[in-house]
Each structure stands twice: as C-alpha cells, then as structure tokens.
Design a protein around this ligand. Sequence first.
Ligand SMILES: C[S@@+](CC[C@H](N)C(=O)[O-])C[C@H]1O[C@@H](n2cnc3c(N)ncnc32)[C@H](O)[C@@H]1O
Length: 415
Amino acid sequence: MTFGEKLRVLRKSKELTLKELSSRLGVDKSYISQLEHSKGVPSERFIKKLSKLFGIDESEWAILAGKIPKEIREIFYENPVTAPIVVKEEMAIYRRKPAGGPPKSIEPIFQTKLGKLYNADCMDLLRSLSDNSVDCIFADPPFNLGKDYGNKVNDKLEKYDYLGWCYAWLEECCRVLKPKGSLFVYNLPKWNIHIASFLDKFLTFRHWISVDIKFTLPIPKRLYPSHYSMLYFVKGPLPKTFHPPRLPMETCRHCGGEIKDYGGYKDKMNPSGINLTDVWIDIPPVRHAKFKTRGANELSMKLLDRVVDIATDEGDLVLDPFGGAGTTYIVSEIKGRRWVGSEIENCRPILDRFKRLEEQEKILQNSRKDLNRLFTQESLKLRKRFGHSTDKYRTLDHSPNGNPSQVSFFDHIKG
Ligand SMILES: C[S@@+](CC[C@H](N)C(=O)[O-])C[C@H]1O[C@@H](n2cnc3c(N)ncnc32)[C@H](O)[C@@H]1O
C-alpha cells in the first residue's frame, strides 16, 4: 500500500471528506488529493500534522512515504507470509461502520424460486450477506456521468468520492464472493483503472475485457472512445468455473467471405468456432424500443448471457448490486442460476420485465443461435450464394433451427 492509499483509507474510515481533512490539517485540498492518488512523497511537515491529527506514529507514515529503503518495505508488504496479514488489517481499516450499527434488515420486494430482489441500497444488501456466499458478481454501477437515476442517486460526485463509494461496495463484494468465485465490473476505462488497482489487493486479475461501443459521440481533443471496460477478477488463483463459449468466425456481411485469411489452417480450425478473446465486438446496444425496458443504461442480454456462461454452473448464485432494468436477474432466471440483487430507485421496470419472461427467453435464445459453430447460419447462406466454399473447413451438423447443443432454458421454470 502506498502512502496515498493509506491516507485515503484512513480518511474514509474516519468518514472525512477531502474538504474536511484539508481544513483540519490546514493544507490545500488539491495537495491531499494528489497525494492520495499518486506515488508522490509528502513533506516532513505534512507527516507531522497527520500524525498529530490521527495519533499515529510518525515513523509509520514515514515508512509508507518511502523514507525507509524500498527493499525493506517490500519485504514487509510483498512477502507472501506477511502480506495477507497486512491486507487483512487494511481491509479492517477500510470497513466503514454502517451508520446506525448493524446491517439494516431488508425484505425482498419480489422473489421467484431462484431469486430475490431488494428495493434497497446495495450496501444494505451486501452487508446482509454472509462471507463467501456468492459464486459470481456482476456490477454495472452508475458511471458518474451526471445522469438522472432518481432522487437517491447522486451521479455527479467528486472524483475521489465516487471512487471511495466504489471501494466501499467492492470491498463488500470481495467479502461475500466465494473462494474461486468471479467478479465482473463494467465501467468506463477511466474508473476501471483505479478499481482494478484496488481489487488487485484482494483478488486475482484475469482480464480487462474491452466491450466495443457501437455508437458514441466524439470527445473534443481526445481519441474517439470506442470501448467499455469489463474487469474480470477471481477470488484465489483460479476460478471454479470457466466455460467461455466459442464464436463464429467473422465474415463479410455482404458475401459471407472470410475477413481473416486462415491460409492452410482451415482444416485445423475447431468446428465449434473461434476461441473467445478479451475484445468483444458482437455485443449490440439495447436501442430498439421492442427490446428496451428501461432508460439508456440497460445492457444487452447477450453480454450477461456470456458472463453467466463463462463463470457459473446451473444452481450457482449470481449477485448484481445495481439492478437497473434487471438484465442480470432475467438472464440468471432463464438460465437456471439463483440470483440476488438490489435497485435503490424504482424497481417497476424489473418487475414488469419478469412478467414478460417467455418473450425475454426468445430474445435470449435468438442471440445464442450462432454460438459454438464456425459459421453463422446467415453466412453459410451467403457463402453458398456467392460461391465461397466451406469444403476445407470441418463443420458441425447443425439443425436449421440453431445450435444443437442449445437446450431450452425454460424447462426448469415451467416445472
Ligand atoms: C447502469 S445502471 C444498471 C443497469 C443494469 N446493468 C441493466 O442492464 O439494466 C445502474 C443502476 O444502479 C442503481 N443504483 C445506483 N446506486 C445504487 C445503490 N447504492 N444501490 C443499489 N442500486 C443503485 C441506479 O438506480 C441504476 O438503476
């Protein structure tokens, strides 16, 4: 842990804003903010003031500020024997006491055989869950872009207040995640760089998945933003479950011809499709009024379907702290996963969506029709029409209606 991280953790644990700490120390807010988020070295005077305010030994701060040789610090923080103890202490410092004592008791407003939905702050839901109890977590929080979600959500926080809020619910996520369980965090790259660094202290990094954005607006004096980031971490060295689906190869949408040249390897290619990579270009935005059930933030079921496929087995428990239009819950329900979630604002869109579960299943099934095959049905038709042979490839014998390995998810719900 750097000096800045320790400082921020301590400030949060005392529930002080940057402004409050700056006035108590008589030090400029931007100086503290820079220290908190950089590897900058504080002045002796600053260390003295801090020690006086928090009653912590000056030498402890000095060590963190790099006043003692780096090698000695590393022995302490990076030694596999002492590091877990240090990390545990840090987590304990960070765990802010819930206002008003023990976790609030909350009741679900909706439940199915598989899941429970709470109209609540995710911190209340998270605090009510036991340690190591959830198999997979997917979190798509507000991105702090100033959107209007309702009266209970402030989506225009100061940078470090937003991050501090994220760290608080993320820390709870790390606690409730089972060993070998997976955590996915969907956010803008500018937030996920900080979030990844925070999570790296508690979990094992697996992937930064770039999810291609189809339609965005250019930002003046910046590169055109064209991906969302989805972090994928696991508790412990390896996940319990890892079943990435295979995708069809990319082909020209006009003639079905290959986009990449597979040269002499055509007959070696897996007939079940191409390996999933960490760049996902096939996730559509939810724009069509027929599919859209809420505001502009609803994610495609295809994204959640893939996450659930990768990291869970039937019967596993999936948690999503930020319900929105309930995409995670709907997908989990259809796929026979148990689920639990919270939405602090209006839950009506989620409840309405559950009334249309059969229709939602059809949309999901349709988005899966080309999984685990080398050519999409559409591209096979085009290839035939435009004379692109598939003879050199090994292909599976697919039924005309879709993927043979596909099962009807709905069976278990009917029962
Ligand atoms: C980006 S949206 C999630 C969309 C969702 N993934 C979907 O596909 O429908 C974020 C949601 O989190 C909710 N939210 C914000 N703060 C919350 C909190 N503290 N607890 C629970 N929900 C919260 C917002 O009201 C919003 O609906």
